[in-house]
Design a protein around this ligand. Structure first.
Ligand code: PHE
Length: 447
């Protein structure tokens, strides 16, 4: 049976952008900006995206497109069957851990969408009522479990259909829609009286807020947001046509991811400031502060629906990419049918995700190294495993594979002259800058 692939350049691009644009942009980025001093953090973040993450992105792209295999087989075959295959296996397993807890937050967005559709955020509610509503929901048992189940089921149903007809089609329809919805909210937010304070906060840098910790969170966020170190970009790239330009596709994905994060910032911060609220409210920003803002603003009910649909769509186009990594592995290495692979992964991620979903309520007392199950998974995967995965990927490409092979893949056999000219710079970044930067930033974040 021939391998499924993306049907068009646009399809491949929106699928990758779909993987990248997710809760990371709409949920994590705005609150990290809030916690780390606004514009100064954004500047550091942009530098991380283009200097460190783009070369890693290209490395993953090269691995996938060169091998045209799943992540495990890519590492195994390109290294001639050496122990590097275990790194490949790591990049197959990590997305499953992420998917399990990602699905919990994806589920919350379903609940909040239902709440907005039933106009729970209209009529000038109290701010404390919104916090209570959130706490009541996440600490309960059945609601979060049911929402997690629906979210994971939706993910599985898209993935089971395949690359061209499932993942690509879904992303092609949803990504443009997502763009228009987030833009509409941003424009609306800018019309609110007092919105300029939010813009000031986003775009007026205060560098005194920048230290080792914020630089390391900027890098961690950039990894997470670009789906790096998880085998996702590698797997998607393995379905991309040999004629496509890797540099173009990678930069376009990185740029759209950044653009979405900034638009999300513009959609959220001016509105938060317009109502005199504090942006530094951590993860509660989206599920506590924003619902309160929606309840205060004119036409807030409609904006709330738009916002939570966006959150859900963004989360789904990312979660499907996480599941695909392991589906490709099971189908190609373990001879599973696509359906059997999807059912198996649904079962595993459902069970692990259920523990995460309950770790705010019934299982809140279970603490491992001082963290709840949910926090532990988030911390382990996004801070440690993802950094490790990205580091090992650049080391593999820069130090283990042949330079001529990388050149060949990156320039489509020497036919892309722009890429040929830039290869020297890319190679330097991959071999030296990325590994040194990742290690030192990771260590400085620990201090
Ligand atoms: N990039 C996604 C986001 O920003 C998360 C993600 C991580 C997706 C890893 C795939 C793989 O939400």
């Amino acid at each position: 049976m021939s391998r499924d692939s993306f049907g068009s350049r646009f399809g491949a691009l929106v699928a990758m952008a779909g993987s990248a644009v997710g809760l990371g942009n709409l949920w994590r980025f705005p609150y990290l900006v809030g916690e780390n001093g606004g514009a100064a953090f954004i500047i550091v973040y942009v530098a991380m995206v283009f200097l460190i993450c783009l070369p890693i992105f290209i490395s993953e792209f090269v691995l996938g497109r060169r091998s045209q295999k799943n992540a495990y087989a890519a590492f195994r075959d390109l290294s001639g069957g050496s122990a590097w295959k275990w790194v490949g296996l790591l990049t197959v397993i990590v997305p499953l851990i992420v998917l399990s807890y990602y699905s919990v937050i994806g589920g919350w967005s379903i609940e909040y969408l239902l709440k907005s559709a039933t106009f729970s955020f209209t009529g000038g509610a109290q701010q404390s009522a919104m916090s209570t509503m959130f706490t009541d929901f996440v600490t309960s048992t059945w609601g979060p479990l049911a929402c997690h189940t629906f979210f994971l089921l939706a993910t599985t149903l898209i993935v089971v259909v395949g690359i061209k007809d499932g993942i690509e089609k879904f992303s092609k329809v949803m990504m443009p829609l997502l763009f228009f919805m987030v833009m509409a909210i941003a424009f609306y937010s800018l019309t609110l009286p007092g919105a300029d304070k939010g813009l000031d906060y986003l775009f007026n840098p205060d560098f005194s807020k920048i230290d080792g910790k914020s630089i390391s969170s900027a890098l961690g966020q950039a990894f997470f947001s670009l789906s790096l170190g998880f085998g996702t970009i590698l797997t998607y790239a393995s379905y991309v046509d040999k004629k496509e330009d890797i540099l173009y596709q990678s930069s376009a994905t990185a740029a759209s991811d950044l653009m979405f994060a900034l638009i999300a910032g513009v959609a959220i911060m001016p509105a938060v400031f317009a109502f005199g609220l504090d942006p530094q409210s951590g993860p509660g920003l989206v599920f506590e502060t924003l619902p309160f803002v929606f309840s205060q603003m004119p036409a807030g009910g409609v904006i709330a629906i738009l916002f939570f649909v966006s959150l859900l769509v963004a989360a789904l186009t990312s979660s499907i990419s996480m599941m695909e990594v392991a589906v490709a592995y099971l189908v190609e290495e373990k001879n599973f049918s696509r359906k059997a692979a999807c059912v198996t992964l649904f079962a595993i991620c459902w069970a692990v995700g259920a523990l995460c979903a309950l770790s705010f309520g019934p299982l809140a007392d279970i603490k491992i190294t001082g963290r709840s199950i949910f926090d532990l998974f988030d911390h382990l995967s996004s801070n440690i495993l993802m950094t490790l995965g990205s580091l090992l990927t650049v080391l593999f490409v820069g130090w283990r594979l042949k330079k001529t092979d990388i050149y060949d893949e990156f320039t489509n056999g020497g036919t892309l002259s722009r890429n040929a000219k830039l290869f020297g710079l890319l190679w330097f970044l991959i071999r030296y800058v990325c590994p040194i930067a990742i290690i030192s930033i990771f260590l400085s974040g620990l201090i």
